[in-house]
Design a protein around this ligand. Structure first.
Ligand code: BES
Ligand code: MN
Ligand code: ZN
Length: 499
């Protein structure tokens, strides 16, 4: 974990191995750089005049200060055109810069906050964005490696400098930036961890760790789940020897006069497809089919550490989906927790089965003001939106408005998909209340329509993160691997709940 601190000092006077400096496109016209008491300009002048650094968004160049100022190296990062700079673009360029700094093997990095204040930003939101860019962009998980460990570098300390900004404001932004980044990185680590390590039991342990932050956890085992009738969830768990865990995390239940929000995360710790088994190619990716659960566990970490003034309940139905002599079959009719019966068509459509019971459980026991579920639910979502956006479905405008606002502040792209009733035709069953799949056309929509039958009229949104779960190659603050999709989005939504 990176140490992060804030200082009311001039970075230029501080002895540090590397300083990160943001520069506009056409650096000669950048008043901040040109001014900087002439010192900074002197150091970078040649690099700029030779045309080696143009300040285009994402440009990165290292220059050496040769003892003229405190920092030994300056990592110039291009900010692009002044009018296009946003908190999101700052996170993006800092994300790229963080990997450059990390790989130079500097343990300590300084950033002058003033130099990045190129818009209508408060000191605290700017500090938060800077920290997020660095902490998210430099994430790497080497837990499962044993060889050449010295090849993997880590930034150990980040210091935010400003000679005159309020230290309290810088610190509050740095703290929330760190808390939220750690939540995203925890999600990424769990999501990308292999199925033989990241089991339902391990997820339950991660949830239990939240008790030190005052979160109450309840873990429902197979036997208790049978007793209370979580039939749809248990149908999926039937085929596996790995003990399933229906995980409940409850934050803020002791608070008076606060609203309740429920989060639900699909946690199929490995999705083989079950009896309707998947082809071997890319099957290893299904270790990440518990990303939704990891999103919710990550988000609960941030909610608890930020001490939000809300009651937040999170439910993570966790199990492997495996073929075996005990596995559920296509054609089975399952009685869900809601009492409705479901005809199983394809055992690979297991995510909606476990979510159905989790949604009903949340609605019935907590009567939340709103529910949000996160799920790597359909391959069709990857086809629709690719990896750059989360597709979501909602039955209520007030939930939509909250999500759209959170998308703006977090920078996480979301896109509303239709939830029209007419798609229910595809879910008609000859033998039960409904089928759980509707064939290939509109596969993401019919999945969402199926879920909507289990929400008991609670305002709700379903976020299908199957496309957005993975970053295919290093990009901005997302290194290759799990993106931790939706963690920053939902944390922003919750911390701005009353706004
Ligand atoms: N976990 C998968 C969806 C998925 C596929 C996520 C690829 C990420 C990448 C889900 O359980 C699944 O198998 N869905 C099926 C549903 C179908 C059988 C109706 C799908 O999308 O093919
Ligand atoms: Mn599946
Ligand atoms: Zn799945």
């Amino acid at each position: 974990m990176m140490k992060i601190s804030t200082l009311n000092k001039y970075l230029s006077e501080f002895d540090i191995p590397l300083a990160i400096v943001g520069v506009l496109e056409n650096p000669k016209e950048d008043p901040i750089i040109y001014d900087e008491q002439g010192k900074l300009w002197k150091i970078i002048q040649e690099t700029v005049e030779l045309g080696d650094f143009k300040g285009k968004k994402g440009d990165l160049t290292v220059v050496y200060s040769k003892g003229q100022i405190g920092p030994k190296r300056i990592l110039l990062v291009g900010l692009g055109k002044a009018e296009k700079i946003t908190l999101e673009s700052i996170r993006e360029v800092l994300g790229n810069a963080s990997r450059k700094a990390r790989d130079l093997d500097v343990k300590k990095v300084g950033i002058c906050v003033d130099i990045f204040n190129r818009g209508d930003f408060t000191v605290s939101e700017l500090s938060e964005a800077l920290v997020q860019g660095i902490a998210l962009g430099s994430f790497q998980d080497i837990e499962y490696r044993t060889k050449d460990l010295e090849k993997y570098k880590f930034i150990e300390e980040l210091i935010l400098f400003s000679p005159d900004y309020s230290i309290d404001e810088m610190k509050s932004g740095a703290d929330s930036g760190q808390t939220i980044s750690e939540a995203v990185n925890l999600c990424r680590k769990l999501a990308w961890g292999p199925a033989n390590f990241i089991t339902p039991t391990r997820l339950a342990e991660e949830a239990k760790k939240l008790e030190e932050h005052g979160v109450k956890t309840t873990i429902i085992n197979r036997k208790e789940a049978e007793e209370i009738g979580l039939g749809s969830y248990l149908a999926v768990a039937k085929g596996t020897e790995e003990p399933p865990k229906f995980i409940i995390m409850d934050y803020g239940s002791e608070k008076q006069d606060v609203e309740t929000v429920a989060l639900i995360g699909k946690a199929i710790t490995f999705d083989s497809g079950g009896i309707s088994i998947k082809p071997g190619q890319n099957m290893e990716k299904m270790k990440a089919d518990m990303t939704g659960g990891a999103v919710v566990i990550g988000a609960m970490n941030a909610v608890a550490k930020l001490g939000l003034d809300l009651h937040v309940v999170a439910i993570v139905p966790a199990t492997d989906n495996m073929p075996s002599g005990k596995a559920y079959h296509p054609g089975d009719i399952i009685k869900s927790y809601s009492g409705q019966t479901i005809e199983v068509i394809n055992t690979d459509a297991e995510g909606r089965m476990v979510l159905a019971d989790a949604l009903t459980y949340a609605a019935k026991h907590y009567q939340p003001k709103a529910m949000f579920d996160f799920a790597t639910l359909t391959g069709a979502m990857m086809i629709a939106l690719g990896e750059h956006a989360i597709g979501y479905f909602s039955n209520h405008d007030f939930v939509v408005e909250k999500l759209e606002n959170a998308s703006k502040t977090s920078g996480e792209r979301i896109w509303r998909m239709p939830l029209w009733e007419v798609y229910d035709q595809q879910l008609k069953s000859d033998v039960a209340d409904m089928k759980h799949t509707g064939g290939r056309p509109a596969g993401s929509i019919t999945a969402a329509r199926f879920l909507s039958k289990f929400t008991m009229e609670v305002p709700w949104a379903h976020l299908d993160i199957a496309g957005a779960m993975e970053q295919s190659s290093d990009k901005d603050y997302n290194p290759k691997g799990s993106k931790g999709p939706g963690v920053r989005l939902i944390v922003d939504l919750l911390r701005n709940w009353k706004a």
